[in-house]
Design a protein around this ligand. Sequence first.
Ligand SMILES: Cc1ncc(C[n+]2csc(CCOP(=O)(O)OP(=O)(O)O)c2C)c(N)n1
Ligand SMILES: CC(=O)[C@@H](O)[C@H](O)COP(=O)(O)O
Ligand SMILES: [Mg+2]
Length: 591
Amino acid sequence: MKNILNTINSPQDLKGLSILELEQLAQELRHFIINIVSTKEGHLGASLGVVELTIALHYVFNAPKDKLIWDVGHQAYGHKILTGRRENFETNRRLNGISGFPNIFESEFDAFGTGHSSTSISAALGMAMAAQILGNKTQQHIAVIGDASIASGMAFEALNHAGVTNANLLVVLNDNAIGIDPSIGALKDYLTQTKNGKELNRDNIFEALNFDYSGPVNGHDLSKLISELNRLKNVEGPKFLHIVTTKGKGLKKAEEDQITYHAPGKFDAQTGDRITIKTENSPLKYQDVFGHTMIELAEQNDKIVGITPAMPTGSSLKYMIAKMPNRAFDVGIAEQHAVTLAAGMAKEGLIPFCNIYSTFLQRAYDQVIHDVAIQKLPVIFCLDRAGLVGNDGATHHGVFDIAFLRCIPNLLIYAPMNELDLRNIMYTAQLGLNLPIAIRYPRGIGEIIDWKQPFEKIKMGKAKTLKKGTVTAVLSIGTLGNIVNFAVDKLPVYKKEQVGHYNMQFIKPLDIKLLHDICRTYDTLLTYEDGVINGGFGSAIGEFVLKNNYTTKVKMCGIGDSFIEHGKTQELKTLAKIDEASILNTILSTL
Ligand SMILES: Cc1ncc(C[n+]2csc(CCOP(=O)(O)OP(=O)(O)O)c2C)c(N)n1
Ligand SMILES: CC(=O)[C@@H](O)[C@H](O)COP(=O)(O)O
Ligand SMILES: [Mg+2]
């Protein structure tokens, strides 16, 4: 049989195909995605689930003239492959390769950049309203959003607004009943009832919001999808199509274990078996240290509760959710709610550990200030994925948190250098700090195999002197300090004596006494952080030096004033000059 996928270089090439040919194309597209993701890694289940939808949308609509927006964008692999990126799809998420998410700089077919969830309806509505204002009557606007993403506040805000406009907007709800972890909440229950034909005499929620609702439609039935999309194309105003799909469709293992196969790493393309590297006698991931320590602490202190907005597996709060379901909560993709929920609990005397990926906390900035910090509520924020996260790229790096949190009064900020520090700060925080604290730690494995040591209390605002010197002091924050240690070790002996290294631990409050000593001793301070230097930890040190009229030189090292793209974390560290070799060179340049 002739391969059809190889003949599709743009959606125009789909237009003349029969339904049978489109169905063949769907199978080829699935295999193509499976083959590449099995070796190059990336998000799998979501793209497999929307293969038919992707083909149907590109068959019925005319992108790039019509605007197609993929919420989160982790399901857009099929879209990328059909829109001229088949040949370089194997560079997906790699350094200098294509992005794992839609990106307006990559292709005119990517109508809007995504990565963080629940933005698609607002963006599509904005485009639809722009089209009206600009007198463009023929352009179509489609937002494709998942069942977990539509439950987020931003999506509700957009639906609420769209319903009182006559904008030409189509929202396609791709309902597979799962996010990364199973979807949660009353809306999920409602959707389940709708799918089962049991709406229990309720009005349809989406019709109540003034959308023209249709569905549920089997999202793997190409002819049904095409005929429904063709009908909706000619309906005026906001429209809502509810489709039902299976995440991971077409790969048995991915259908059976949808959580793991959201982004499974390398696997055998035929059997679906994951290729895991044996990790015996290697350190755990920071996430697992967090997850197990939560249980340990919660067993000792019954005031402790855990909160995650939709990342129980990623954050490892899943262990506590499984063991203590009444004290650990997945609240769905709801970062703002997660923060204020934690504030409410803290106000009533509970000790909430609110675990949020650094990048997703950006969503809840006002809540951190308005609901937590102003009221000095002792919420313990565990900011997972702080620093460079690697292949997810610019939308996901946790590089802004130090800069955007440092300016908030009443908030303590701490970065552990290793697992023991992480455990000890978690222990210390739950003893009672009377202030909120943000604990930032990176994605991935740590440094220490024997991490389960007895807890020790950490002194607030105290840095650790790792090594004394005479000429240059390196001031580091977090796990980057380990790389600085390696770099310092590589210095020639007579130069090594000149270099001091301080693990500052607290970005706020700074260890002022030690900083005075350091400024009196050294000619140059080198600050190292895995976050932006504009406004970050280095800026804090620079401000200290300026305020106290020291003449000490300060060189700030970290992420500069540009977005870091995708690639292996190690590659990105090298680009940002926060890898061992660059640190060594920078230190040498100051001696
Ligand atoms: C604001 C935000 N919070 C969390 C995430 C992490 N995240 C990525 S995909 C996803 C689940 C999305 O589920 P759904 O919308 O149902 O799409 P599906 O994967 O099922 O296609 C989550 C929680 C994110 N990208 N953005
Ligand atoms: C699309 C998305 O936002 C998530 O799937 C994210 O890629 C998860 O990142 P981790 O792999 O670091 O949990
Ligand atoms: Mg889903």
